[in-house]
Design a protein. Structure first.
Lengths: 105, 414
């Protein structure tokens, strides 16, 4: 995997070729806000609730899916699409500093 | 006499019975398995059934056949695990006490989780190939199908054998070409992920396959419901994909037994330490194979590598020694690409599939992440290896439980 260094709001972070952080410890809320801005999203409390939930699931190695997020009680699927239009899971994962959902190859 | 109880006599449970029967003294430890099924299916063979490559006889044996002597098998449904009491309740009311419990109940398709998937069209226009019944029904359908839109679609990850849907698409291309009707079939692969391949090395090495085989990709599709009447699938964002024949991989879930027992995550998988394979439910409960929540592929090869490591840890647990944190998520799979060729991939928790050779560094003879006829021969030979070596707990020569690093072009995943 190609890893590049990128400066986000003055913080050097490592990202892969698609702009996903490769080291979660380099993430902080300002980094999240800047990635969101690049995606054309201004983060509100509603966004932050989802991001915090995704990060907690990621720490427990729980694979994420749209349906599971809808069942979590944190956000409805409709609202998830409203908050992060066009591919909500991959966009919210990028902002949260966690890997894009992937398969084995 | 102490009792080691194994729930599930599939790939993982059978391997554990064979490993442990050879390691635990028969006058000290009784080994019991419980499984409601009467047949042990060779599940990697299911993908060959729809295309008439395998016959039904090639993928099944009586469930007791691969088990060692000196173990007992109870053919009954499991009602509940009661960790506080160290016993398991069966549907017939029997109570089975244990000193050590191994959960090997696997994962299963749950089509009822997706609205509209079940109905009159199930196994008529909408098929799975993750069950024996589904694969056979699809075989019968394909034999007379006159063509149209074939949609191969994954509902959500994780699924058992994550590459199987892609293999299915490749084999379908090959099958329809051989029947002289490839021009009458449009193959579309629909995935909730960002593409058919999601790892950079695999994407770079294998993307040509999709183009070569004329397979259309619909990425980022999260199914909301199946509209059986109008023959289309609809995603949460409103996107629609029409089909004439839908081959779906429904939501995969663990055994509902976990929910009845009051543990398991929301997908009914057993919370398990990913390096020791001890459950976090209680220290005398272990889990293996597809039943766990470990972040690696749900596949027989993973269960095989786990079995070697879990056997060591169960012996350590019995002797009061600390468990070894040894499992690295190692997986090793053949991927059929059609036209009698296949790929081979080897990876673990931190290492994505890369190019190289296997199993001997610098020699091979199998090539990683590259199509070859030899890999296809390996896949076919694997059926014999499965019944005669893998299930019996015999080590497969030169293939270690943890991933070997030499002979591969490695880069670490972060």
């Amino acid at each position: 995997m190609l890893i590049m260094e990128k400066i986000i709001v003055g913080t050097p972070v490592q990202v892969n070729e698609e702009g996903y952080l490769t080291n979660f410890s380099q993430w902080n809320p300002s980094v999240g806000e800047e990635i969101a801005r690049e995606e054309g999203i201004a983060l509100t409390d509603e966004h932050w609730q989802v991001i915090t939930y995704l990060q907690s699931q990621h720490k427990q190695n729980v694979p994420l899916s749209i349906r599971k997020i809808g069942n979590s009680g944190v956000v409805s699927i409709k609202d998830f699409y409203r908050l992060f239009p066009k591919g909500p899971l991959k966009i919210s994962s990028k902002i949260a500093g966690i890997p894009k959902p992937a398969s084995c190859i | 006499m102490k009792r080691l109880l194994i729930l599930g006599a599939g790939t993982a449970g059978t391997m554990m019975a064979n490993h442990l029967r050879h390691r635990l003294a028969a006058n000290e430890w009784e080994i019991t398995l419980v499984d409601q099924e009467k047949t042990h299916y060779y599940q990697p063979g299911f993908i060959f059934l729809p295309f008439d490559i395998y016959t039904p006889e090639m993928v099944q044996k009586p469930i007791e056949k691969p088990l060692p002597r000196n173990v007992s098998l109870i053919n009954e449904t499991i009602e509940q695990i009661v960790p506080e009491e160290n016993h398991v309740l069966l549907a017939n009311g029997d109570v089975i006490p244990y000193d050590i419990l191994i959960i090997a109940t696997g994962t299963r398709i749950t089509p009822s989780e997706t609205e509209g998937m079940l109905g009159d069209h199930w196994h008529k226009d909408v098929f799975d190939f993750y069950t024996f019944e589904g694969s056979m029904a699809l075989r019968d359908k394909l034999r007379d199908w006159e063509g149209g839109r074939l949609v191969v679609q994954i509902c959500e990850m994780p699924i058992k054998c994550p590459v199987a849907p892609l293999e299915f698409s490749f084999l379908a291309d090959s099958y329809f070409q051989n029947k002289g009707m490839r021009d009458k079939v449009e193959i579309t692969y629909v995935t909730p992920l960002s593409g058919a391949f999601t790892k950079p090395k695999a994407t770079a090495a294998l993307n040509y396959l999709l183009e070569e085989k004329g397979i259309h990709i619909v990425p980022d599709f999260n199914i909301e419901h199946v509209d059986g009447e109008n023959k289309k699938i609809v995603d949460f964002a409103g996107e629609e994909v029409p089909y004439d024949l839908l081959v779906t991989i429904p939501v995969n879930m663990g055994d509902p037994l976990m929910a009845r027992s009051g543990f398991g995550d929301e997908m009914n998988y057993v919370p398990t330490n990913k390096t020791t394979l001890q459950s976090t439910v209680k220290e005398n409960i272990f889990a293996i194979g597809d039943a766990t929540n470990i972040p690696t592929s749900k596949a027989g090869s993973v269960a095989h590598f786990e079995a070697e490591i879990l056997t060591g840890n169960i012996l350590r647990y019995i002797n009061g020694e600390p468990l070894k944190e040894e499992f690295d998520g190692h997986a090793n799979c053949f991927i059929e690409t059609g036209h009698d060729k296949a790929l081979l991939i080897d990876f673990n928790f931190t290492q994505e599939p890369v190019e190289g050779v296997f199993p001997f560094p610098g020699v091979g003879p199998l090539k990683l992440l590259q199509e070859s006829r030899l890999n296809h021969m390996g896949k076919l030979a694997f059926r014999w290896i499965y019944w005669n070596m893998l299930l019996k707990g015999r080590p497969i020569p030169f293939v270690s439980a943890t991933m070997q690093k030499s002979g591969k072009k490695l880069e670490t995943i972060h």
